[in-house]
Design a protein around this ligand. Structure first.
Ligand code: HEM
Length: 123
């Protein structure tokens, strides 16, 4: 049983996931407008997941500002959709422990992105 994905699992999951995202009626329009260079985005996301799951340090970016740019088009329900497609894709392509590991990480990162995007101190 493999409890972590390897680089080729990550590549497969990321590519399939964004195929689904692009075709999704809730998420597709924003992603298709925001991302001009899909091969570059997919490389970046493979590097991101490699850093998250395998601590390779391949990703050097800043997810919070990247999402803040699009805050006017992102609402909390989109995160549920994103996580549902992620759960579906990882469960389909990976053994259960590796799928669960990627789902847990995504849930945590989604929570922190949501806090960064939507949490406002009362004024
Ligand atoms: C980049 C949308 C959730 C990880 C992006 C970009 C968009 C986007 C439009 C491209 C930003 C740009 O370059 O202009 C969304 C939406 C989400 C969501 C609508 C859910 C509602 C997540 C989650 C993760 C994630 C849960 C991680 C688990 C990333 C990363 C990038 C990215 C790593 C690349 C940032 C960079 O340029 O370095 N996302 N995202 N996103 N997203 Fe998301």
């Amino acid at each position: 049983m493999t409890s972590q994905p390897d680089e080729s699992d990550i590549e497969m999951v990321v590519h399939r996931f964004y195929e689904r995202v692009r075709a999704d009626e809730v998420l597709g329009p924003l992603f298709n407008d925001a991302i001009g260079d899909w091969p570059l985005h997919l490389d970046k996301l493979c590097a991101f997941w490699s850093s998250v799951m395998l601590t390779t340090g391949r990703y050097k970016g800043q997810p919070v500002p990247a999402h803040r740019k699009h805050a006017d088009r992102i609402d909390p329900a989109m995160f549920d959709r994103w996580l549902a497609l992620w759960a579906q894709t990882t469960s389909e392509l990976l053994e259960r422990p590796a799928a669960r590991a990627m789902q847990e990480k995504a849930n945590r990162i989604a929570e922190s992105l949501k806090l960064a995007l939507f949490f406002k101190l009362p004024s």
